[in-house]
Structure formats: C-alpha cells, structure tokens
Ligand binder design. Structure first.
Ligand SMILES: [Zn+2]
Length: 305
C-alpha cells in the first residue's frame, strides 16, 4: 500500500522522477522491491486481446448473399400478400406491386408482402397493454405466414388519410438473413421514408423502394453489424485502459526501484540547484536530479555530508 500521506506503521520514501522532480510517498513495505511487471509480456497478451474482435469483425464483414430455395424441410407455406386495410393503395398500384414482389422472389427467394392498417385500429386492438407498431407487425407476421421466408412491411397512417402520421415497420423471417442484411433494409427504409415525405403515393413509394434494391440483392457486400461495432469499440476502450494501467504501474515500479528511505521526513530540507533551479532534498543526491551538476559542495557548506 503506497500513500501520499503518512499511514500507521509506514516509512517515508523519496524518489525522483525521470524529469528530476522529487516525490515523497509513504509505505509499510519496501517500495524498491515493488513488482516491476513482466516487461513486454502483458503488452503482447493485450495486443492479442485488442486484435481479436477486430479480426472477427473484418472476417465476418464480407457478405455473399445466397438466394433462398424451397427446401423439403422448410417449404413456402404462403405466397406474397397485399392486404390493404387502410385503403391507401389503388387497384393498379396493387397489381404493379404484386409483379414487383414476384420479381423480388425470383431474384432472392424472399417473398415481400405489405399490410396496411390505420393508427387508430392497431392502437385500439392493443388497448390492454401498450404495444409498439413493431410488436403489432411481428404478431401480424406470425398470423399471416407459416414460414420464415417472408419480408412483411406493415404501413400505418391516420384513418381517412393516405399519409397522416404515417409509420412503417419491416419484419423479416429467420431464413431471410442471408439476403436482407442491415445495409439492404437500411437502404429500403431510407428510400421508403423519403418517398413518403415527397408527393408520391404510398403505392408508388413502396414500388420505387422495392425496385431500388432488387438489382443489388445478390451483390457481394461488406457489412458490419452495428452491435458488433459497438461491442468492439467498448472492448478496445477496456484494452486501452488495461494498457494504460500496465504502463503506469511499470513506470512507477521503475521509479520506486531507485527510492531511498527517509528516517525523519519532517526535518528534511528542500533546496534549489544553484545552476538550474530544480528542487531536490538536501543530502539525498550528490548530483542535481535535473541538470546533473554536483551539489555536494553546496550541501557540505550547510553541514550535510
Ligand atoms: Zn541543476
């Protein structure tokens, strides 16, 4: 235990930093025997710790989308569905959307679907407990589809309007992860949001946004999960903290190794070097800790040494 102030049973120890600044600390043990750490070993271990998650992140970032194919053990139970409860799609838009969906499925094996609902409706359906549109959309997916190969967009707006307080949520089946990476759905969501903010109808917005992503669905891409990135950053902060702690304790141990025990810390006199003005304690050094010139003569004159 090393303290800046006296503790019961402790002795005073004086050491000079590399810059020549004197410090007195108190310790119950001989601080010159302070463990010096294991040199480079902790740094090598910490470097491995630091690089591991970055390596995993970079190794898993390249994505090679693979189209879903109907499998005997996980067949498609349902086709594409457009259910317009909110009445925001025209018959011709529904028809065009359906052909976009079949193009989407032909390319990727994922089946898109759209469900529209009024804000009042899904809010009152769930008056017993407060539920988000995401919860509602998730339950709707489970109601509508028996398989995990769909991508359901639930669109919601105020009753009697097309785009009053609009919101949407996308729910993707478990099997679609190999196609619908975060950057694909991010691009779709961003497009749909800005189309809905423009003069386009809800139907046009959906058609344009699906058409935007279809050509790139099977392209190789580079994507880092946001959770993975956050984890890596937090991890690296911990490693940086550990490296700092190891470095500080190694520097301290080096300084303590040269410390000298002071019997009467109350009577020790601080002096200034005549040559450079640096401070030192009388009788503890023969040379100025900063400029290196001899201070023996000065101290002798004062009756020390
Ligand atoms: Zn000096």
């Amino acid at each position: 235990m090393i303290s800046r102030t006296p503790i019961p049973g402790s002795s005073a120890w004086l050491y000079y930093t590399r810059a020549g600044v004197p410090h007195i600390v108190y310790s119950t043990v001989n601080i010159t025997k302070f463990p010096k750490g294991a040199g480079a070993v902790p740094y090598i271990v910490l470097a491995i710790f630091a690089l591991a998650p970055i390596g995993i992140m970079l190794a898993t970032a390249p994505k090679h989308p693979t189209p879903l194919r109907a499998h005997p053990l996980s067949p498609y139970d349902d086709g594409a569905k457009i259910i317009d409860n909110a009445g925001v799609l025209s018959p011709s838009e529904e028809e065009e959307l359906m052909s976009v969906f079949s193009e989407f499925q032909k390319t990727s094996g994922v089946i898109p679907s759209v469900y529209t609902v009024n804000n009042e409706r899904w809010a009152s359906d769930n008056w017993l407990y407060s539920q988000t549109l995401e919860d509602y959309a998730f339950n709707k997916y489970v109601d509508l589809f028996g398989d995990e190969n769909h991508w359901l967009i639930v669109y919601s707006c105020d009753e009697g309007t097309d785009k009053g307080h609009w919101a949407f949520e996308g729910i993707q089946g478990n099997n679609t992860d190999s196609i619908l990476f975060g950057n694909v759905t991010d691009r779709f969501n961003h497009s749909l949001g800005s189309c809905l903010d423009s003069d386009k109808s809800v139907g046009e917005s959906l058609i344009d946004s699906f058409n935007l992503i279809i050509p790139d669905l099977l392209n190789d891409t580079f994507y880092i999960e946001p959770e993975m990135l956050v984890f890596t950053i937090v991890w690296e902060l911990f490693v940086a903290f550990a490296i700092t702690s190891v470095t500080v304790s190694q520097i301290k141990a080096k300084q303590y190794a040269t410390a000298q025990k002071i019997e009467n810390p109350e009577s020790i006199v601080m002096k200034k070097c005549k040559h450079c003005g640096a401070s030192y304690y009388q009788g503890t050094v023969q040379r100025c800790p900063k400029c290196g010139r001899s201070v023996v003569m000065d101290d002798e004159l004062d009756g020390k040494f």
